[in-house]
Design a protein around this ligand. Sequence first.
Ligand code: PMP
Length: 713
Amino acid sequence: MGALQHIARTAPNLPVPRLVPSGHGLDFHTIRFADGNDYNVYLLTYLDGVLLSDTDVGNDSSTWRRLGELIANVDKALRGYFHPAAIQQHPWNFETCLRLRHLVEHIENDEARSRVNQVFERMSNFVIPRLQSLRHQVIHQDAHTDNVLVDRDNTTRITGLIDFGDLLYGTLAAEIAVACDSIPYSRPDIVSPACEIVASFDSALSLEEEEVDLVFDLVCARSALTATIAAARLALTPDQPAHIQSPLPFVDRLRELQCVGQTEFTRRLRSACRFPVYCPKTADEALSGDEEARLVEARRSLMGRNTTHFYARPMHFERARGPWLYSTDGYRYLDCYNNVPQVGHCHPHVVRAIARQAAALNTNTRYLYSSALEYADRLTSKLAPHLSACIFVNSGSEANDVAWQIAKLITGNTGAVIMEDAYHGVTDVIRQFSPGRPETPLPAFLRGLIVPDPYRGPFREGNPEMVQKYAADADRAIAELEKSGHRVAAFMIDSALCSSGVPDVPDGYMQAVEKKIRAAGGLMICDEVQSGFGRMGQWWGHEHHGVRADIVTIGKPVGNGHPLGVVVTTQEYLNRFIDKTRLFSTFGGNTVACAAGNAVIDVIEQEDLIERSSTIGAYMRSEIAKLASTHAIIGNVRGHGMVTGLEFVTDRNERSPATTETARLVELMRRERVLVGSEGRDANVLKLRPSLIFAKEHVDVFVAALDRSLDAL
Ligand code: PMP
């Protein structure tokens, strides 16, 4: 009665019975009946309809959808309700079902008995311990076909849920499992209706993955329990015919469910709720090779036969957390490569911010909203005072494209200087700024500089003129541009020089080049897509080099995986550019992207990740350097903060690149369950860019794996 009163307050429109107070305003009366006993009597409203069990149940999938939605709404309405009597040990309570285990002996058929026993075994060892860590609340737990009413004329329309007598304190997974038990035994396909129930429940009341993952076991348990209770009644109370039925149909149902199997059933439920589908938690649950082959083939036909992937055999991930990626082979892999998840994969604060904003509003910068302004304000406060205005786009490439347009507009010039093996993105023009390899011919408006690499470049450490010699290449580039009619508009530079293999750029080099560029009339476009946001142990890579940026471009790590690109420049440049172009990007800086951006800054500040990037990165390089005494292939270890280049050579004197060995090492590290990648003109540099949340323990895992892989080379 308390529960019904509670629902009447929290969800007055739900089709469940209502308690009618007596003329005296009481909920119930105690009345002496003719048999001499006192009974509590109460009055409920009548719900019109016929029992679902009296119809041609569920031929229409909308019945199952409506059932899922109804039980979710009932549970939602019951969330704030509790009564000590709800902690019940009644026979249908999954969490106390082991009390019935001794009754299994009444199932006479050996095969059936053994099958039911196995379910009890799994409940005991696996399911019940997990149920205990799931959300609990008072639930209806009896929404089967005899308690669900439907419209007489339209039997897919549910008109009510009755019988609150089995209410108990349990899990939402249990609620769903009982509803799934309504799916008629005669149906050839049990899984599709179950998917409808679960997905519609999830739409009304969000489920957690662990809850979805236990539904199969609970549906099996429900059949096993029903079979057990039926067998016990047959054996112990044969004189009560109303309750007598054979246990065997329930065992048949169990057999059918087991034919579908936990993996397939759960895969379908997960897919219906849009949870990641493949989610093996141990190597025993690894996805089969057939499935992997199917995905590879689908990828070839849907995404092109030459779409690149890492590793000879592609890796398959469906989930990640912090520094770990979880592969469908059932193992976790330490991610030392990917620099997009700057604050760790799927950081809960960022994930929540995205989800909450997506649930509230997702619109564009042509409207006024606070999150974009908050974000722009916070972002610019991290940069030098003159960099105070933002243009929002969706990617690093777009940011660089816009930056290039601004530079041309402001200077009136048309030439650009880049590194000879730079990478800046994929738009038509920016693809030309991304030759990748030094020997790639460049268009007349672009010149590439020799990479200032003191380890294997033309001028090496120890050479007192190294900085001037490298910087002098900018004079050559500027002169060549002018000769072909292009004065310099900008020098576009990735401060980490990632695509060049993270060389240890000598102090003073960037400033010397900046001076030459400015003297020739060009601006500095500092591409912070790789080097920004604490990657180099401080907020911005260009600050590490001591140069003044006119335009900063930001991408990849800013949204921790959510698409967001930003161009930051001066008020004057931005106003002149927007006045001329009226540039607007539909998704750029939308409310959700800005929520992601704000959350990433929150995490960096709250977890002190800039400082951590600096100390953990230094620790990583010092630990790697220790391996150099036992592994002659290690030529050079360098970097700043959490970007490290580890260069391999076949001969330390000759500094000849160990290209094939590096490729083998990447595969060997995979075997060690550590992800790394190679880079540089000879692909002999390991490019290491772990997330800034890395701790010493993660570095230790990496270094031990590297040591073993080098041994195995
Ligand atoms: N600039 C640099 C330095 C990059 O490394 C990248 C991508 N790796 C980009 C720009 C392009 O970013 P996006 O792929 O988001 O367009």
